[in-house]
Design a protein around this ligand. Structure first.
Ligand code: ATP
Length: 247
């Protein structure tokens, strides 16, 4: 049974259907990357999975339970955690306070203040600093750490490298690598949006290409080429019969 099952999902912004008929089965321990141009619907899909954007049609099943209309806080408590685009930290609160806020949704598991600081050592000297005074990389580490504090089974990461220096991006991904099970059943399941294709190929087990709210292709990262993905990205390519979109 898939850990996260998405069936014919639709999400709207007013009259605009931003996510249309998306079906995906995501297995425990998989790292799945959503790839697509601006406006393809990646953020809306992640937000709909997290419950901060409503489902207009279709179904989301998490660990066998239909969560399509479950409020976001209860999805977090069940193990679905979103790291939103733009981090959304409480900037006047300290790093420690930002991390501890997540305890209200905490599940049992390996993540606590000590293990988060082990994964993101750059936060140790900043624990008592206001989050708003940190560098972009440190803020992103705090945002991911806050999500980890809930001990998620599925981590939804929306463009964690946006606005960071290459060094900071490397730091964030080095820490994330310890969570990624690379397809094993032990690792945290991750659904991520990342604009850097090279990095996407390096971290993902599976790549899902989105165009205008739909999935236009999906395949194992080691069986897809950068050129194929770029062609889907710009909508220059429609799937041939032998590579019809798969869930
Ligand atoms: P980006 O990489 O720019 O974040 P994306 O693939 O994540 O793009 P979404 O942000 O999900 O795409 O946007 C999907 C569609 O929904 C776009 O046409 C966008 O203009 C529209 N949209 C997104 N947010 C809103 C909103 N708050 N109100 C109205 N339309 C929106």
């Amino acid at each position: 049974m898939s850990l996260l099952k998405i069936e014919s999902l639709e999400a709207k912004h007013g009259l605009l259907t931003a996510v249309q008929g998306i079906s995906l089965d995501i297995e425990q321990g998989e790292t799945v990357a959503l790839v697509g141009a601006n406006g393809a619907g990646k953020t809306t899909l992640l937000r709909t999975l997290a419950g901060v954007h409503p489902v207009a049609a279709g179904r989301i099943t998490f660990d066998g339970q239909d969560v399509s209309s479950t409020p976001a806080n209860l999805r977090t408590a069940a193990g679905l955690a979103l790291v939103p685009e733009g981090r959304r930290l409480f900037s006047n609160m300290t790093v420690e306070e930002n991390l501890l806020v997540a305890l209200s949704a905490k599940r049992d598991g390996p993540w606590n203040l000590a293990t988060v600081l082990e994964a993101f050592p750059q936060l140790k000297p900043k624990l008592k600093a206001a989050a708003g005074t940190l560098s972009g990389g440190q803020q992103q580490a705090t945002a991911i750490g806050r999500a980890l504090m809930t001990n998620p089974r599925v981590l939804l990461l929306d463009e964690v490298s946006l606005g960071l220096s290459p060094l900071a991006v490397q730091g964030v991904y080095d820490s994330l690598r310890t969570l990624m099970g690379k397809g094993t059943s032990q690792g945290t399941t991750i659904v991520l949006v990342e604009q850097d294709l090279q990095r996407t190929f390096a971290v993902a087990d599976r790549i899902v290409c989105m165009l205008e709210g739909r999935v236009v292709a999906s395949g194992r990262a080691d069986e897809m080429t950068r050129d194929q993905v770029m062609a889907y990205y710009f909508g220059h390519r429609t799937p041939a019969a032998h590579e019809a979109p798969t869930a």
